[in-house]
Design a binder for this molecule. Structure first.
Ligand code: ATP
Length: 260
């Protein structure tokens, strides 16, 4: 993977600009600085390796050389997106899920920001915002996808099991550039339908643990347990407690686990 193979593979998409790095601290950091400096809509930062890859709350995201797909996409929230910013994580998750389905896999979205295959984490999403006063000026959508076996972190560093596309397929997956093309094509399509019920329905259908008992940890509050029902129109999670009462979980520092 290099600048020219990426540029060639993505040629048919109407992207902004491209920055490619053999190694970088974090693609999101680069994209945030670039967005603040005026990067055009749909500009892309791709790296072969991240040495300081970040998950939420500065947790580490592991991106070793030559085996993972790590990139950050800059979006300018236009008229279609602006009223639905809280759906952005769904936009990203669906795009990864669609690309996995295209490979014949059965992906599930562990709300809010992880993609599971065979119940194991295969991809993660980190969304950050560049503000201009109270308005979101740009969104940075960071994605990390475990493509080859070598991208899976050592088990002792994980709180949730992980896998890769190669493991899930039982064979070598397509080139990372091709997977990137599929994710970005899906994202560009879904972005046109940000406000539609289709997006929420497709997102909800892909949720993992639907109809199952889950435990949700929010910040330092005691965990909430309930049956995972689905999504609210803004992408918040809806559970049902033991007394049939709905509980709505909003985004933030949220960790979801099956209780079984
Ligand atoms: P969890 O998945 O435990 O609920 P989270 O979704 O809050 O946590 P994120 O911030 O999305 O976590 O991702 C960071 C976590 O993901 C790390 O703390 C690490 O446990 C795990 N992780 C890091 N790199 C990878 C990777 N390449 N593949 C799978 N899991 C990873």
């Amino acid at each position: 993977m290099n600048h020219s193979t990426i540029r060639k593979t993505l040629a048919k998409l109407s992207l902004g600009d491209l920055r490619y790095f053999d190694s970088i601290g974090s693609t999101n950091d680069e994209a945030l600085a670039w967005a603040a400096a005026g990067a055009p809509d749909l500009s892309l930062v791709v790296a072969d390796e991240q040495t300081q890859g970040r998950g939420r709350l500065d947790r580490k995201w592991f991106t070793p050389k030559g085996s993972a797909l790590a990139f950050s996409l800059i979006l300018h929230p236009g008229a279609a997106l602006r009223p639905h910013l809280s759906r952005t994580v769904g936009l990203a998750a669906l795009s990864i899920a669609d690309s996995c389905s295209g490979l014949g896999l059965v992906p599930r979205i562990k709300w809010p920001n992880d993609i599971l295959i065979d119940g194991k984490k295969t991809a993660g999403i980190l969304i950050e915002t560049v503000w201009s006063g109270d308005e979101a000026d740009s969104l940075v959508i960071g994605m990390g996808i475990n493509v080859l076996k070598g991208s899976i972190p050592p088990a002792e560093s994980l709180q949730f099991p992980a896998t890769s596309l190669e493991d899930a397929l039982g064979m070598e997956p397509p080139a990372r550039e091709k997977i990137l093309l599929n994710i970005l094509s899906a994202l560009i399509d879904w972005r046109e339908r940000m406000g539609s019920e289709d997006l929420i329905n497709a997102w909800e259908e892909r949720l993992s643990f639907r109809g199952e008992q889950v435990q949700v940890r929010t910040g330092s509050e005691p965990p909430i347990t309930g049956e995972l029902l689905g999504l609210e129109p803004d992408g918040s999670l809806r559970l049902k407690d033991g007394g049939d009462k709905s509980i709505i979980i909003r985004f933030g520092d949220v960790g979801l686990r099956p209780t079984a």
